[in-house]
Design a protein around this ligand. Structure first.
Ligand code: TYM
Length: 332
């Protein structure tokens, strides 16, 4: 079976609807067709300051949500990044293959430092994408399910993998981003010109999966639309409604054309009310299931320990081959 690998940050506590539609749903599908590795990326999280107790708690919350969304530890490998030391080890090697200018062109870093200034950025934030390169290459992943905002990091991974293979001989599988066109970018409910994101969205613009469902329903109902009344998919002229149609369509498996037909002549009110109901229906059992996993941390930690063991078996092999290729003397 071909491999897939993906990661998600634990920092916000709750995942948001963009995470779910853009990435998690693809994790679920791929666990049945691929040898799938999914992790909570706590090493990436500390590229910006974290409260230690919160980080530890949120890492469990993230793992519980992955399980609640339907990932099955018998069908995929689920683990915490810091439990597999090979990530940091391979990242060092990859740092030494990455150009300074190349890393400087990563748009996420440029956006973040544009906002907060270069002085407050850590070197870890700068090399964040290189750690991601190591994440992907360690598992010889051929596909990387992510949202559109991660495309550039997967492209960087391809470049570095090709560079390594060219210099040291065939070692790494060249990975491709696995991005679903319809849901690769879910937009902010209050500003459909920007993506839904924990750093840029206002509280009203973002649906947190662990929020009280009533709160999320309200956010759907007050989502920014346009001055027309027609429920029609048109990303340019009607970005707000188009975003809601995408969400509705993906959560229910109904095509957008069918939804347009259903809501013909009904206006935005009915459409939003029913979408709010759909969301509440989906999110309610998700929250309950997350709480159940969190109520039994011993079982949760056991799942993660097993996952780390499976991950290390693969990662250790790749790291050993890489160390050998670059010319490190084996420790005997
Ligand atoms: P993170 O934690 O920011 O986001 C997790 C996943 O959610 C996707 N996503 C979205 N998709 C659609 N619409 C949105 N509005 C939206 N917001 C977020 C992201 O694209 C991502 O797939 N650097 C990564 C984590 C990572 C990783 C990896 C991913 C670390 N190592 C290796 C893949 C492979 C990140 O910060 O994702």
């Amino acid at each position: 079976r071909p491999r897939v690998l993906s990661g998600i940050q634990p920092t916000a506590g709750s995942f948001h609807l963009g995470n779910y539609l853009g990435a998690l749903r693809q994790y679920l599908v791929l666990q049945d067709t691929h040898d799938a590795f999914y992790m909570v990326v706590d090493l990436h999280a500390i590229t910006v300051p974290q409260d230690p107790a919160e980080l530890r708690a949120n890492t469990r919350v993230a793992a519980a949500q992955l399980l609640a969304s339907g990932l099955d530890p018998d069908r995929c490998t689920l683990f915490i990044q810091s439990h597999v030391p090979e990530h940091a080890q391979l990242a060092w090697v990859m740092n030494c293959l990455t150009g300074f200018g190349e890393a400087s062109r990563m748009t996420q870093f440029k956006d973040k430092t544009a906002k907060q200034g270069m002085e407050r950025a850590t070197v870890g934030l700068f090399t964040y994408p290189v750690l991601q390169v190591a994440d992907i290459l360690l598992y010889q992943a051929s596909q990387v399910p992510v949202g559109e905002d991660q495309r550039q990091h997967v492209e960087l991974t391809r470049d570095i993998a090709e560079r390594f293979n060219g210099r040291y001989g065939d070692t790494f599988v060249i990975p491709a981003p696995y991005i679903v066109k319809e849901t690769g970018k879910i937009y902010d409910l209050q500003d459909p010109a920007i993506k839904m994101s924990k750093s840029a969205s206002t509280p009203k613009g973002i649906i947190n999966l662990l929020d009280e469902p009533k709160v999320s329903a309200k956010k759907i109902k007050s989502a920014v639309t346009d001055t027309e009344t027609e429920v029609r998919f048109d990303e340019e002229k009607k970005p707000g409604i188009s975003n809601l149609l995408t969400i509705y369509s993906t959560l229910t498996g109904t095509s957008i054309a069918d939804l347009e037909r259903t809501y013909e002549g009904k206006g935005y009110g009915a459409f939003k009310t029913e979408l709010a109901e759909v969301l509440v229906e989906w999110v309610t059992p998700f929250r309950e299931s997350t709480q159940e996993y969190l109520a039994d941390p011993a079982t949760l930690d056991g799942i993660l320990a097993k996952g780390a063991e499976k991950a290390r078996a693969v990662a250790g092999e790749t790291l050993a081959r890489t160390y050998d290729k670059v010319g490190f003397l084996p420790a005997k």
